[in-house]
Design a protein around this ligand. Sequence first.
Ligand SMILES: Cc1ncc(COP(=O)(O)O)c(C=O)c1O
Length: 496
Amino acid sequence: MKYYDKLIFDLSKEGRRGYSLPETGLTNHKMKEEVPSTLLRGSAPSLPQVSEVDVVRHYTNLSQMNFGVDTGFYPLGSCTMKYNPKINEEIASMPGFQEIHPLQPESTIQGIYSIYSEMEKMLSAITGMKYFTLNPCAGAHGELTGLMIMRSYHRNRGDFARTKVIVPDSAHGTNPASAAVCGLDVVVVKSNAEGLVDVDDLKPLLGPDLAGIMMTNPNTLGLFERDIKEIASLVHKAGGLLYYDGANMNPLMGVVRPGDMGFDIMHLNLHKTFSTPHGGGGPGSGPVGVAEFLKDCLPYPHVEEGEESNLLYAKGETPECAGMVSGHMGNFGIILRACAYILSIGRQHIGEVGYMATLNANYVKESLRDVYKLPIPSVCKHEFVFDGLINDGAREGKEGATTLDVAKRLLDFGFHAPTIYFPLLFHQALMIEPTETESKETLDAFIEVMHTIAAEAAEDSDILHAAPHNAPIGRPDDTTAAKHPIINYRDLKAEA
Ligand SMILES: Cc1ncc(COP(=O)(O)O)c(C=O)c1O
C-alpha cells in the first residue's frame, strides 16, 4: 500500500493543524448561554488532525482513483456524459453569482431573476413547451414534478378518477418509480419487435381512468418513436396527458421539439443535454416544461413580471398549483452553467449537437456489430444497445464472457464502461452513448479496444473474468455496496 492510500484518519496526529485562526473570544460558558442546549454537541467531533498538505494530497489522490469525463472517454448510455466546458465554470464562479443569498431582498437579485426568466424562454424555444419551472433538482425529480402537475390538472377539473399512468417496458426505472411516488398506478405497454411502443398493445389501456403516458423519445434503445403523433392523438382522445422524459433530448436539440410531437409536460436533465456536471460530479437540475393550458399547475415559487412595477418577483402558492418541490428555486449554479452552455453554442449551432451525437453513435455501432450482438439493427439516434458478445468464448467446461466482464475489462484500457444490463429488454445489454464531444480518434481508439476485448474473450475468457487488472479496486459486491455502504471511518474500523 502506498503511504497516501491510507485513510486520512490513519494519517491523523494529535494536535496537528492545517490552519491557525484568531481566538473567537467565545468561551464554552458563553456558548452554552447563547446556543440552545438541544443544538449543542455532547462531545467534540471526531475529525482527522492533519496538515494542509496532507489534506491536499488526500483529496488529490482520491480524485485520481476516480473516473471522470475530464480523465477519459465515458460512453455511459442514457447518461449523456458529454464534456463540461470550462467556460461554464468560469461564469458560475463570478463573485456576483457566488456571493448571493436566496433570502436577499428581491430588488437586489433582479439580475438573477432575469437569468431564470431568460433561461425559461430559451428552454421553451428549444422544446416547444410554453412555460418552464427550473425548481426540480434532478431528472427523476422533474418526473415527479411533472406527474404532480398532471395530477393537479385532472384534480383542478374535478376529475379524480384519472390515476393510471402508462409506461413503456423499455422505460428508465425512474419513470414507474416517480409515478408510484406520486400515488399513481403504473401500467406497462409493450414494445414491438422494432423496439418501439406497440400501438396495438396501447389501445386497450386507454380509458376514463387514464391520467397520462410517460415516454422517452428517442427511447432508451436510442430509437425514435415514429408513431408518436398517433400515440399523442389516441392518448388525448382518451382524456390523458403526454409526459416526455427529456433525458434523451440530446439528439433532438435544435432539430425536433417535444411540444410539436404532442407532449404536454416534460423534463430536461441540464446535467445531460446541457453539459453541467452530474453523478458524483455535482448537483443536478431537471427543469419541467408545460403546454400553455398547464401554466397554473406549475409549482411555486416562480419568477414572474410584476404588474405594477417592472421588477421581477417570485410568485407564491396558488390553489391550482402543484405545490413546492424544492427550497427556493432549484440549483441556481447549475441553471447558470446550462445557460452559459446554450449561449456559448448559440442559436445557429445548437442544432448541430444532435447530428454529431447521432453520427458518433452510428459510427461506433457499425464499427462493432461484427463482434457484438446487435438485436435491433436500425439506424439509432444518440445511443444503441448491444446484447453481449457474438463469440463469448464459452465452451466445454468454460463459461463465456459476460457484459459485466467486458465492462470491467474496458477499465484496464482507460475507458469508462458503457451502461450495462439496462434496458431490461435484453439479458446482456451493453448500452453505448459516445456523445458529440468526442473526436473520431477517441472513437477509433475505443472501437479498437472493444475489438481487442472481443478477441480476448473468444480466445480465453479468463482474462475478462478476472478484470479489471489495474484499477484501484476490482469487483466489489455491488448489491452489498449499494444496500449497506460503509462510508465512514468508524463503521470501517468496526467492520475490520
Ligand atoms: C431515460 C432516463 N430518464 C430519467 C433519468 C433520471 O434522471 P436523473 O438521474 O437526473 O434523476 C435518467 C437517468 O439516467 C434516464 O436515463
